[in-house]
Unconditional design. Structure first.
Length: 470
């Protein structure tokens, strides 16, 4: 019975260890991007060794292909031997083999030679050619290996790959290649684009509803959505380890392996370029705001999100930056009242977001959040920050309603006093819902789907419209 040779990347794993180790190393230290580029100059094998040495990937949480695992187990049950042979570095290949306990041998790239394509085919022919070997692979790079194999097994092969493989000999095809459109859409997080509606606030606040302003705000919304989706994808790639240890986030497309990490990397770059192309059409001020947004979000992803309180300040600032971007796109000056309200209001929402995470930790009997600087003991303080900052935003609203500036925009400014009690109720309810463990990961997304929040927003809209025209 021939030995069963199994490939690792996108075969045994629904992932690629080159990208796993790259994003893990960058999440640990962002300057590793430049170090990795330097290591790549020495060849792909040397890059893989450098990435393995400067990363820590928990192999127990990796997304394994269950069909392949079952095939290996069935092969061993029949008395056959198995080997894991991969272009991934031999250090991580051995670690995965030890974790699974299903292989008699393991081989991988050694820092000098990249065990892929013809190099792998020659290695397998020399080592196992005498008795023959069955090979499980997934890509066109494996064609040279299948030409040397006695048994051909493909995993999730495309139609073109199947056709080429069958020109070599009879093959067993496990799974089929299919584009999981839903996963790609999910990775973009379109529900998070709701935040980008904040770019329309300057138009609404100033009541400047010209066609030019509306089109400029729409373009700003599109640019923000494209760049934000690029950032979300990058965050998911950086947070792979933390997501896989989370009961809900482990189902995210990249953490679960439903989208290749290579696709995520290219998608992130493509969305970023498209977003900046749109931004260029809105002027240098808007472009500068978008560059600032991207810089701050990357700083947040790579470092600031681990820093207590600073992370909340950054989140609140990113919300407010969307309003500033709307003003830059439409060239509408922003009032101090609007900016002050935004800072306190969004600081409250950011604190609620962290409060929700701490409540979740408490319910799971864990003490600290992975990749965060908070402990469950901080829960009471975080809830106090949430509600006090929210109430301060209501105070700013009350002062604005009583200021001379409001007389320019509203015929009946006294009607706007009705907004204050509604906001007091809504903020208190949000904090209470969060404390009970019923809050979504993002408070704004929760607010859009929550009936009480919808009623509150509807009433506020009626009050604003009524105050302006009556």
């Amino acid at each position: 019975m021939p030995i069963l040779i199994v490939d690792l990347d996108d075969t045994l794993l629904k992932s690629d260890m080159l990208f796993e180790t790259f994003w893990n190393s960058v999440s640990t230290k962002w300057t590793n991007v430049f170090m990795a580029v330097s290591a790549a100059l020495g060849g792909k094998a040397r890059l893989k060794r450098w990435l393995v040495d400067h990363s820590f990937v928990d192999v127990s949480t990796l997304p394994y292909n269950q069909d392949v695992l079952q095939y290996i187990k069935d092969w061993r049950a029949k008395g056959g031997q198995t080997a894991l042979v991969s272009a991934s570095d031999e250090k991580v290949t051995k670690e995965i083999a030890e974790h699974l306990g299903l292989f008699d041998e393991t081989h991988g790239s050694n820092g000098e030679a990249n065990l892929k394509g013809i190099t792998k085919a020659n290695f397998l022919r020399e080592r196992f050619g005498e008795n023959g070997f069955a090979y499980v692979g997934d890509s066109h790079a494996d064609l040279s290996v299948w030409r040397e194999a006695s048994d051909i097994i493909t995993i999730n092969a495309s139609t073109s790959l199947k056709r080429k493989v069958e020109e070599i000999g009879t093959a067993l095809h496990i799974g089929t290649a299919k584009a999981d459109t839903k996963s790609y859409v999910k990775a973009l997080r379109p529900h998070q684009w709701l935040k980008n509606c904040l770019v329309f606030i300057p138009i609404l606040a100033s009541q400047s509803f010209s066609v030019q302003n509306i089109f400029s705000a729409i373009a700003a919304f599109v640019a923000f959505s494209l760049i934000a989706s690029s950032v979300y994808i990058t965050n998911d790639l950086l947070d792979l380890s933390a997501d896989r240890s989370h009961p809900r986030k482990r189902s995210r497309p990249f953490a679960s392996g439903s989208i290749p990490l290579s696709h995520g990397t290219l998608l992130s770059i493509g969305l970023l370029c498209a977003g900046f192309l749109v931004s260029l059409q809105l002027g240098t001020t808007f472009l500068a705001v978008m560059v600032l947004y991207l810089t701050v979000t990357f700083a947040y992803s790579l470092d600031l999100k681990r820093r207590v309180i600073i992370d909340i300040c950054v989140l609140a600032g990113l919300y407010t930056l969307r309003i500033i971007a709307g003003g830059a796109a439409t060239q509408i000056p922003l009032s101090v009242w609007l900016l002050a309200f935004s800072i306190f209001f969004f600081f409250s929402l950011a604190a609620i977001k962290r409060q929700a995470e701490l409540v979740d930790l408490k319910n799971r009997n864990e003490l600290a959040a992975t990749g965060r600087g908070y402990h469950v003991d901080d829960l009471n303080l975080m809830s106090q920050i949430s509600i006090s900052s929210g109430f301060l935003s209501v105070l700013v609203m009350a002062l604005y309603v009583n200021s001379p500036a409001i007389l320019v925009l509203y015929k009946s400014p006294i009607a706007l006093w009705g907004i204050c009690p509604i906001l007091l109720y809504w903020i208190t309810k949000m904090v209470m819902v969060t404390q009970r463990g019923q809050m979504h990961d993002d408070p704004l997304v929760f607010a859009v789907t929550d009936r009480a929040s919808q009623v509150c927003f509807g009433l506020i809209l009626l009050i604003v419209v009524g105050g302006a025209i009556i």
